[in-house]
Design a protein around this ligand. Structure first.
Ligand SMILES: [Zn+2]
Length: 558
């Protein structure tokens, strides 16, 4: 007896057998039980997920000698003929090879005849989207009002190519890709029944390779069985499918983490020497990077992705999202250029070296924040020598600078909170500005990071002026962009409860804010008391210049 392929031998024969299409099964069974079967069904979905099998099961359910029933006997003549696809009343038509108007005319003529032995005359048209437009038009009339003894079951992998007029006359069921777990279960069942010993990892690889198509997975299993008889190892599967050993791929990622280009290149060489192509290698890398990217963006609970457990466990947190996106770019570039076989290997190796040499990539805003932090630290370092210089008598320059800068800040501005005193105004204005900054920090950290480098100058005519030191002109430019400006103004509006415009300037005579603070510590302190800059006593003078403040009383120790 000739060999019958697994996909046919293990074709589901009852509704219970159907894998991974629970919603369709439940609805159809209910329709049969309650005698509400439509005259036309449209089964849509990817290939190899059970559409034709479902059409046959439905036909049996309707025509079984003991029916209509949702549990056809599979034993009577009619059931057996339908299972084999050669029943006289259930006509299976391939839409791809019978797509013309003549074939449809034929159907139209035949529908008027009663079924020869069963309850219904059932037309199963596979790949129905292949019919020509004329054929569809010819079919429409029959589809609208078929004789009560006729049922249509259409199956298609491209439902969008069906005219609306046809779709609207059918009850539509969407078939889903079958999950890798469901495929694994089914394959394990088949192996048990066939008396084949298969490694779990081997079954797992086949299930993932089939990408949701149960029939594909069974075809692959067939192919592997003919190669290795009754024991299936992971290696066999990788060999037959041209898959690269998972350990090697994981090893590659390990090299990426360690930035170990020699070891990554060695792995590439091993993979290629096994007869795998660079393209296959890149494809597998890309599919792993995709998993890591989805894992880091959506979390482990993401239902629509079958994560490779060992991959996400080991490398789920090893790369930033931007790094992964950059890796996709590197490998897909290499993939697109691997048409010339001579170039293939070198392109793959180049991509691997690039990834190994790559620093972790952060977003642009992260970079801006890091630069801001670095600048902060630099200013601190610069402060220290300045302090030492000013330990002695303050120079004329530092005093005049203080005198000029203070009124400068207040003079051009009206009070923010109704206070008259200029010193107080700026101070209150600063408080309000701090609040605005805080609100921005909560809304958009990158904007805040840019803005905090600026100095509050004042508030006048609904306009806040912020000045940047000339080294931060980049910050100003960035913030001058409409979106950023809008955000700041919105936050300011919320804090101050009134319209506010933002004016950004760059300082012409650069005096870093922090070094100014050392000149006049009282400006930062909460008290607004004046600073004593001169004192005849040398010790007092030194104390003053170190700590600031003013002299209330001098009590000499004994
Ligand atoms: Zn039967």
């Amino acid at each position: 007896m000739s060999y019958v392929v697994l996909a046919r031998r293990y074709r589901p024969q009852t509704f219970e057998d159907v894998v991974g299409q629970d919603a369709v099964v439940t609805t159809l069974r209910n329709a049969i039980r309650s005698n509400r079967v439509a005259h036309a069904y449209l089964l849509a979905g990817p290939r190899g997920v059970g559409k034709t099998s479902m059409a046959r099961i439905l036909s049996k359910a309707l025509n079984c000698k003991h029916g209509p029933t949702d549990t056809p006997c599979n034993a009577c003549d009619i059931c057996r003929c339908i299972s084999e696809g050669n029943d006289i009343d259930v006509l299976e038509i391939d839409g791809a090879s019978n797509r013309g108007i003549d074939e449809v005319r034929n159907i139209r003529q035949n529908v008027s005849y009663a079924p020869s032995r069963a309850r219904y005359k059932i037309y199963i048209i596979d790949e129905v989207h292949m019919l020509t437009r004329e054929a569809f038009n010819a079919l429409l009339k029959t589809l609208e009002e078929p004789p009560s003894h006729v049922k249509f079951i259409f199956a298609t992998t491209a439902v969008n190519r069906l005219p609306e007029t046809v779709q609207s006359r059918c009850q539509r069921f969407d078939f889903r890709n079958i999950s890798a777990q469901d495929i694994e279960k089914r394959l394990a069942y088949i192996c048990r029944t066939e008396g084949v010993q298969a490694e779990d990892a081997a079954i797992h690889t086949i299930a993932r390779y089939a990408r949701g198509g149960l029939r594909d997975s069974q075809s692959v299993l067939d192919q592997i069985l003919s190669f290795c008889k009754d024991r299936i190892s992971s290696e066999d599967v990788n060999f037959v499918l041209g898959c690269i050993d998972e350990d090697k791929i994981l090893g590659m990622f390990d090299s990426f983490v360690k930035k170990d280009a020699p070891s990554a290149l060695k792995t590439v060489s091993e993979i290629l020497s096994e007869g795998k192509t660079s393209g296959e290698c890149i494809d597998q890398m890309l599919s792993c990077i995709r998993e890591l990217l989805i894992f880091s963006s959506c979390g482990q609970e993401t239902k629509w992705v079958e994560f490779n457990a060992s991959l996400v466990q080991r490398f789920g947190n090893s790369f930033t999202r931007d790094t992964l996106m950059y890796m996709v770019q590197i490998f897909s570039d290499a993939r697109m250029r691997t048409t010339d076989s001579l170039l293939q290997r070198i392109l793959l190796e180049m991509a691997v070296i690039k990834v190994c040499r790559m620093e972790s990539v952060g977003s642009l805003y992260d970079v801006v924040e890091r630069i801001a932090a670095l600048e902060d630290r630099l200013v601190h370092i610069n402060d220290k020598p300045a302090k030492r210089n000013e330990e002695g008598t303050p120079t004329q320059e530092t005093i005049s600078r203080q005198m000029v800068s203070e009124p400068d800040a207040g003079a051009c501005c009206t009070p923010l909170a109704g206070n008259r005193d200029h010193g107080e105004d700026v101070h209150n204005g600063k408080d309000v500005w701090e609040k605005i900054l805080l609100s921005i920090q909560n809304k958009k950290k990158s904007t805040w990071a840019l803005l905090k480098e600026g100095r509050f100058i004042g508030f006048k005519n609904e306009e806040i002026t912020i000045e940047f030191p000339s080294k931060c002109s980049f910050h100003k430019e960035k913030l001058d962009q409409i979106e950023e400006k809008k955000l700041v103004e919105q936050c300011a509006k919320e804090v101050m409860q009134g319209n506010v415009r933002l004016k950004l300037t760059v300082s012409k005579n650069d005096i870093p804010e922090k070094s100014k603070a050392t000149v006049s510590p009282a400006r930062n302190a909460s008290d607004q008391q004046p600073v004593d800059l001169h004192h005849p006593d040398a010790t007092v003078q030194k104390t003053l210049s170190l700590f600031g403040g003013h002299v209330v009383k001098i009590k000499k120790g004994g």
